[in-house]
Write a protein that binds this ligand. Structure first.
Ligand code: CDP
Ligand code: MG
Length: 193
């Protein structure tokens, strides 16, 4: 088995993070925990590229739709549809508009349990209910209810691979092999040896 320190995960700073000048603040959180940056670039993605990114998992649309329906039911609010696939389709359309609206910063972070650790630092999908201390909990206040009322995707600053399988599919979509740098940080001796 490969050592856990080689695990890699994808992080994308969405256009709202760039517009709010939070690139440095967010990168700092991954650096200070001891993860290693092994790839980084800035560009404006198009909607075809974003759709592909969100449809590696054929179940994603249904799951995203279910999340929104459940939240609306709990808050006693009505959605235009209660079909998870239809709601998932609406989310995907608004996500394409959101992520293709301006520059994003894509990064690969490497280190022990990178996928899990990054998700922990990022926090849960809805900033309203993300824990204090997480990126989504500390820097933004959007909610499912507010985003659905405005017919847009929830603005939560960052994408982070949800699990190892997602990371393995997403990384080659965003980065070529040549763009991933294999190097050693001095601190690895302290962290891993
Ligand atoms: O990003 P994360 O993995 O936490 O959540 P996801 O369920 O994979 O959804 C991807 C993205 O779709 C979210 O980060 C939101 O920007 C958006 N989304 C939304 O706007 N409304 C939902 N009900 C679910 C997701
Ligand atoms: Mg996800």
């Amino acid at each position: 088995m490969t050592h856990p320190k080689y695990e890699k995960t994808l992080v994308v700073l969405k256009p709202d993070a760039v517009q709010r000048s939070l690139i440095g603040e967010i990168i700092k959180r991954f650096e200070r925990v001891g993860l290693k940056l092994v790839g980084i670039k800035m560009f404006v993605p198009d909607s075809v590229f974003i759709e592909k990114h969100y449809t590696f998992d054929p179940e994603w649309k249904r799951k995203a739709g279910e999340k929104r329906i459940k939240d609306f039911l709990e808050k006693g609010k009505e959605l235009s549809s209660n079909d998870p696939i239809e709601v998932g389709d609406q989310i995907l359309t608004s996500l394409k508009g959101y992520l293709a609206s301006g520059p994003v910063v894509a990064m690969i972070w490497q280190g022990a349990h990178a996928v899990e650790v990054v998700r922990k630092l990022v926090g849960s999908t809805e900033p309203r209910s993300s824990d204090v201390g997480t990126i989504r909990g500390d820097y933004v206040i959007d909610s499912y209810v507010m985003s659905a009322d405005d017919n847009r995707a929830i603005r939560n600053l960052v994408h982070a691979s949800g699990n190892l399988e997602e990371a393995i599919q997403e990384i080659p979509h965003w980065f070529s092999k040549e763009e991933i740098i294999d190097y050693r940080l001095a601190q690895e001796a302290i962290i891993y040896e």
